[in-house]
Design a protein around this ligand. Structure first.
Ligand code: NDP
Length: 298
């Protein structure tokens, strides 16, 4: 029996935005047996979903009017505003539920929650932390924030999307705030990897040759994240194993080796500069993560 049978009347779902992620979300709702309506600004992106049984609405207004729950997944909040804040769409959403799974800043999420409240729309904000192919599988990761009772009521419906769902609190910007912090880790690490591949290539090492060792470096991170989180929270920053003076010197090696090959080392120069500022402030015996205090200083 599908989960929506527990609700009276049965929950129906609309997905607005049919990029790779919106299509994956709509596909998962269809797979779970929900009556699903889809809409996208540019026509044609819902053809495959329609062939699988989705209703393709002719307008965003008709799409939101068709269902009890609307999930929005577009490029950012300028896009979701352009859709939701259209007068006809806003009016049709009154009394219904919107879950916005588009990515943007915590401030935009909070602003949208205020807008929703003003228009009698029950609103949950959310973030998706895993790629489109993970949707509907155990690997998907969703973060949510907003009214607890709305989350609890619709948790069984969101379960159709698979994976783990975490409600981070009632404050609307909370999911986006976690999203930003996690994207920060992801993109700076990816920037480091792209740079490492460029330096390795300049030294005649292929990406495939480097990859197994790169994976070894990545495996060091999970326990370090745990330890450094405690250091940052408690202000302990022990540099016993690797003081920041030693860390900064290895960063200088990366800068020199890159620039000898004409490879832009600006990313590493920024990080090295932060480490040297910490040393200059008299904390050379501390660990690298002391940089957190430098950056967070008001
Ligand atoms: P994109 O981020 O490329 O967004 C494309 C969607 O946004 C399309 O539906 C597009 O409509 C719509 N859009 C853009 N501008 C407007 C506008 N002004 N008005 C109306 N609609 C607009 O696609 P994804 O599906 O990849 O991502 C959607 C969200 O999911 C993003 O916030 C992304 O960060 C997040 N996400 C995506 C992941 C992924 O693996 N793809 C992973 C984790 C999160 P049109 O076709 O008409 O241009």
């Amino acid at each position: 029996m599908s989960t929506h049978a527990q609700h009276h009347p049965p929950v129906t779902v609309t997905v607005l935005g049919l990029g790779p992620m919106g299509r994956a979300l709509a596909g998962a709702f269809l797979d779970a047996g929900f009556t699903t309506t889809v809409w996208n600004r540019a026509p044609g992106r819902g053809a495959e979903l329609a062939a699988r049984g989705a209703h393709a609405a002719g307008s965003a207004r008709d799409a939101v009017a068709a269902s009890t729950l609307t999930v929005v997944c577009v490029v950012n909040y300028d896009a979701s505003d352009a859709i939701l804040r259209d007068e006809k769409v806003t009016a049709a959403l009154k009394g219904r539920i919107v879950v916005n799974l588009s990515a943007d800043t915590p401030a935009r999420a909070r602003d949208t929650a205020v807008w929703a409240e003003r228009h009698g729309i029950r609103y949950l904000d959310g973030a998706i932390m895993t790629p489109a192919p993970s949707i509907g599988t155990k690997d998907a990761v969703f973060l949510h924030s907003g009214p607890r009772e709305v989350y609890d009521e619709y948790r069984p419906v969101l379960a159709a999307l698979g994976g783990t769902h975490t409600h981070l609190g009632e404050e609307a910007g909370r999911a986006a705030a976690y999203d930003i912090a996690l994207l920060d880790i992801f993109w700076t690490a990816m920037g480091g990897y792209a740079h490492a591949l460029a330096v390795a290539r300049a030294e005649g090492i292929s990406g495939r040759e480097l990859a197994p060792f790169a994976q070894g470096i990545a495996a060091i991170f999970p326990p370090l994240f745990e330890t450094f989180a405690g250091d940052a929270d408690d202000g302990t920053y022990s540099g016993e194993i690797n003081p920041i003076t030693s860390a900064a010197s290895t960063m200088t090696h990366v800068v020199h080796a890159s620039e000898e090959h004409g490879v832009d080392a600006s990313l590493m120069r920024v990080i090295e500069g932060q480490a040297r500022r910490v040393i200059g402030l008299g904390h050379g015996g501390d660990g690298f993560i002391r940089v957190t205090d430098l950056l967070a200083r008001r």
